[in-house]
Design a protein around this ligand. Structure first.
Ligand code: XUL
Ligand code: CO
Length: 436
């Protein structure tokens, strides 16, 4: 096998005392935690768009990433040459899954038909690489935001021919995902929103977005694709407002248009923060609706107001995330996809490894902390007790809808004014720090 990362050894677990920067110090794939191996808890995936295609540019300067395997062209040959490099990266990093957009793996052709045929050619190569490596596709998606034709939206474009192009593109991206045994298919509404309401028919655009998603559900049935559909919330950037702005907005949209049974959410930490929420909030909202499907693992920067897509290193957050994933019984089709990029300064191929190793170790520590919190049971018990007035008596009657305003009015007149137990937030924050 060619070695595109000659200075990088196979990354292995060496334990917390290792000083090898190319070793896991906490992520031990086969180690059992809460009855399951670490690798099965996380189902880590790498993002083709960041690992292979992100040049690390920013609005003020060109890309810096060194990619000696890439000739810089948008040719099919170059696209095919990237495939073994990516799979070598997955192998060396010990990552079992990947995610891709159609345009990450295959370039636009000079005609629309050639664009489709490029994707089919690269899909052949991906299929072979999966077969020989055992790596799997977590989810596929279509890039409906980069090409200028989508400048005013894809499904929500005011131009119906653009809608047709988007539908055609999704059809082929779904075909590719299906052929590659993808366990899911994601819609992130890159340009599905508006720059200004002054020229926008919001209701019609929302209807059109739902039309596209219904067609995708129908097409999945037609081709026998049984993977999970996801919507990935994000409030803004690139649009001023995106219709899938946060978990609650997505759930409302899916419910309103009769799509909730077909979709779950793919939640991304940095997007949660841009929406003015914590990731924990977004996860709780999705879990409450039985709709947490998968996670794009990254983080933002509190001092920068855009989608910095940094690698997750905050153990406080990974612990909170793993607590929720453990409590919901783990991922089924989903996993932790590193939708994260290196800083522009970290331009060497080695940095790809440092970045992913750090993210995987941060989640391994988060998992162990979350498991200790669950085994210890004190948080669970505190919260259960806090709501125990609903377990019997008037509380149980409220929850079972066995009472009404008149009865509650009479009840309230007959009791002493309520006295509250302390919420003990600070005590619990101290307790949480004890587990870290
Ligand atoms: C953009 C983003 C996307 C989606 C897939 O912010 O997160 O990469 O994950 O389209
Ligand atoms: Co994402």
């Amino acid at each position: 096998m060619a070695d595109h990362f000659p200075t990088i050894p196979q990354v292995r677990f060496e334990g917390p005392d290792s000083d090898n920067p190319f070793a896991f110090r906490h992520y031990n794939p086969e180690e059992q935690v809460a009855g399951k191996s670490m690798k099965d808890h996380f189902r880590f995936a790498a993002a083709y768009w960041h690992v292979m295609r992100n040049p690390l540019g920013d609005p003020f300067g060109a890309g810096t990433a060194l990619m000696p395997w890439d000739d810089g062209s948008e040719s099919l040959d170059n696209a095919l040459a990237r495939v073994p490099v990516f799979f070598e990266f997955l192998e060396k990093c010990g990552i079992d899954y990947y995610c891709f957009h159609d345009r990450d793996v295959a370039p636009e052709g000079s005609t629309w038909a050639e664009t489709h045929s490029h994707l089919a050619s690269v899909t052949d190569a991906l299929e072979k690489a999966q077969e020989s490596s055992g790596k799997k596709l977590l989810w596929g998606t279509a890039c409906l935001f980069a090409h200028p034709r989508y400048a005013q939206g894809a499904a929500t474009s005011p131009n119906a021919d653009v809608f047709a192009y988007a539908a055609s593109q999704v059809k082929h991206a779904m075909d590719a995902t299906h052929r590659l045994g993808g366990e899911g298919y994601t819609f992130w509404g890159g340009r599905e929103g508006y720059a200004s309401l002054i020229n926008t028919d919001l209701k019609r655009e929302l209807d059109h977005l739902a039309d596209l998603l219904h067609m995708a559900v129908d097409y999945a049935r037609k081709i026998g694709f049984t993977g999970q559909f996801y919507i990935e919330p994000k409030p803004r950037e690139p649009s001023t407002h995106q219709y899938d702005s946060d978990a609650a907005a997505c759930l409302n949209f899916l419910r309103e248009y009769g799509l909730l049974e077909h979709f779950k959410l793919n939640l991304e930490t940095n997007h949660a923060e841009l929406a003015g929420h914590t990731m924990e909030h977004e996860m709780d909202v999705a879990i409450a609706a039985g709709a947490l499907g998968s996670v794009d693992a990254n983080r933002g920067d509190q001092l920068i107001g855009w989608d910095t897509d940094q690698f997750p290193t905050n153990i406080y957050t990974t612990a909170q995330m793993m607590l929720r994933i453990l409590k919901m019984g783990g991922f089924t089709t989903g996993g932790l996809n590193f939708d994260a990029k290196r800083r522009r300064e970290s331009h060497q191929p080695e940095d790809l490894f440092h970045a992913h190793i750090g993210g995987m170790d941060a989640f391994a520590r988060g998992l162990k902390i979350a498991n200790r919190i669950i085994e210890d049971g004190r948080f669970e018990e505190f919260i259960r007790t806090r709501y125990s007035s609903y377990d019997s008596g008037i509380g149980a009657e409220i929850e079972q809808r066995l009472t009404d305003f008149d009865k509650l009015d009479a009840y309230a007149l007959g009791i002493e004014p309520p006295t509250l137990a302390s919420g003990r937030q600070e005590m619990l924050e101290n307790l949480l720090n004890d587990y870290l």
